[in-house]
Design a binder for this molecule. Structure first.
Ligand code: PLP
Length: 360
């Protein structure tokens, strides 16, 4: 395949040390050595999300959506009622999961690009709900929701809080203790910058308790089993062993270079650099509250999907197209993964060239 620069939001570019691990033999994993690696993964995941000592981490072999579904079926029942933010395709995915599993819910539908406001939230009474579900970064539109606001709302009735931080973890700050998050989700192919295949769940004490009490109608995603195995650093079934080893190397590397804060700063710097350089191009920011992970852009002059295709075919650059109704209107530029200022200069030059050619 051609050498491309990848500005999508996943799978993203991995650095060379991580790539090299992918070329090694996959080891047998029912060993003390692999358990120790898994314990280290758990410790660093907790550290980077500021989880309390009592939190437990589960690694699911499956993409992020597997953990979205696992979180719902293992902690909510028909006796619950969830309030879910639906501001794009990932919010809609939670709604679909709730529907399939017959969990009562109300959804707060937000227009493309709109942040969640206090006024909007004030229309709902926390006393009517037992759980709150949000994709803190709605990756389809680049909106990052305000967890202070959500935490305030939840604390009024002690709501169980599920936060999909799949594209936000290591790109935007997240603080499990501060916001009393019961389940935080992330995935290997976003800012963890590893191959796809693993999703990660950080579970509060309260989440662990619910998991012990609920019998999900699913064997593979049974978190009680996963927690039991995690006590010895193992998983119920064969995990994506190679990816877990890559995650271990990546987490240790982040730790060595200053931790999650440094990683977030790096991402923010790239995002700001790009956003400042495109001010004269015929684009408009979609999100009124952007995540550092992605810049979501309305194309004002050309089809957004054409821009995606031309950059791919003529410039060897992947930006991230949108699907559905937004396909012709919006494209996204990611800031997660192994990217440099020079990579952004290449992209900005290509976009300026498109302008010169009157493509945009
Ligand atoms: C990427 C992503 C997911 C998971 O998608 P998969 O394709 O299943 O990995 C879920 N939620 C958000 C917010 C995401 O960005």
């Amino acid at each position: 395949m051609k050498k491309m620069i990848n500005f999508t939001v996943g799978p993203v570019q991995a650095d060379l040390d991580i790539l090299k691990i992918g070329a090694e033999q996959v080891p047998y994993f029912r060993t003390k050595e692999f358990s120790d690696l898994m314990f280290e993964n758990e410790k660093l995941m907790k550290e980077f999300s500021n989880a309390p000592e009592s939190a437990k981490v589960v690694f699911i072999t499956g993409s992020g959506t597997a953990s979205m579904e696992a979180s719902i079926i293992n902690t909510l029942t028909e006796k619950d009622k969830a309030l879910v933010i639906n501001g794009g395709s990932f919010g809609a995915r939670f709604v679909e999961i709730l529907k399939i599993h017959e969990i009562p819910y109300d959804e707060i539908r937000l227009e493309v690009g709109k942040a969640l406001t206090k006024e909007e939230l004030d229309k709902y009474n926390p006393k009517n709900y037992t759980a709150f579900i949000v994709n803190v970064h709605e990756t389809s539109t680049g909106v990052h929701y305000d967890l202070d606001l959500i935490h305030d709302f939840c604390s009024k009735n002690n709501l169980f809080l599920i936060v999909d931080a799949i594209s936000s973890f290591l790109a935007d700050e997240i603080d499990i203790k501060k916001h009393n998050i019961d389940i935080m989700l992330t995935g290997s192919q976003k800012a963890l910058a590893c191959p796809p295949g693993i999703s990660v769940m950080v579970l509060s004490k309260r989440a662990q308790k619910r998991i012990q009490e609920i019998n999900p109608k699913c064997m593979y995603l049974n978190l009680r089993d996963a927690l039991k195995n995690a006590e010895r650093g193992q998983t119920p079934f064969t995990p994506a062993v190679g990816t877990l080893i890559q995650i271990n190397a990546r987490l240790k590397k982040i730790k060595k270079s200053g931790g999650a804060k440094t990683e977030i700063e790096k991402t923010k710097k790239l995002a700001n650099y790009f956003r400042n350089k495109i001010k004269d191009l015929p684009f408009k920011l979609v999100s009124e509250s952007p995540s550092n992970a992605v810049t979501s852009l309305y194309s004002l002059s050309a089809s957004a999907n054409d821009i995606f295709l031309i950059l791919k075919d003529e410039y060897n650059i992947w930006v991230c197209p949108n699907g559905g109704d937004l396909k012709e209107k919006i494209f996204r530029v990611g800031h997660i993964g192994h990217l440099t200022i020079e990579d952004y200069d290449t992209l900005i030059n290509a976009l300026n060239d498109l302008k010169k050619r009157k493509v945009i």
